[in-house]
Design a protein around this ligand. Structure first.
Ligand code: FES
Length: 159
């Protein structure tokens, strides 16, 4: 790498001297910015070297199926509730509990919410009755799959 001899004229040396020049020249500032940029890029490349991509992570939006227990009081009469497990539990009339798989039979989305007497899949608009899970609207060609639900005191065992 060549160095600039001390005696060689530079733009800084050729720049006007005197009271109007109080800070570093524009060229000096730009040279500093360039050096800083190259140094930053070098550090970034070094930090990335040798790293392997990580395998995909399954965040598991829906826990695996299995029996779950919930308080009966969590299920509104004339409506239902989506559980974190892959079930939706309804209570069409007081004390009459039903449970269904949340998997929409159309294309496999999880149903999205319970609205009034309907379990709704927002993916494509299919709706299912809270009474027995049959399809009431949308592109699904069949209803939700029923899941066993047992009343156990103040709780429900679902799945
Ligand atoms: S996946 Fe539910 S309506 Fe299409």
């Amino acid at each position: 790498m060549s160095e600039v001899p001390e005696s060689a004229p530079t733009t800084d040396a050729a720049a006007p001297q005197g009271p109007e020049r109080t800070g570093p020249s524009r060229r000096t500032v730009l040279r500093g910015v360039g050096i800083a940029t190259v140094a930053t890029a070098g550090v970034a490349l070094t930090a990335c070297a040798g790293r392997q991509p990580t395998p995909p992570v399954d965040y598991g939006s829906t826990p695996p199926a299995g029996t779950v227990e919930i308080p009966k009081a969590d299920v509104p009469v004339g409506g239902g509730v989506l559980l974190q497990s892959p079930y939706v539990v309804t209570q069409p009339t007081s004390g009459d509990f039903k449970a269904f798989s949340k998997t929409c039979p159309h294309m496999g989305c999880m149903v999205t919410f319970v609205r009034g007497q309907s379990i709704v899949c927002a993916c494509h608009g299919s709706e299912f009755a809270i009474t027995d899970g049959h399809r009431t609207l949308g592109p699904a060609t069949r209803g939700l799959t029923s899941v066993p639900v047992v009343v156990d005191g103040d709780n429900l065992k679902v799945g």
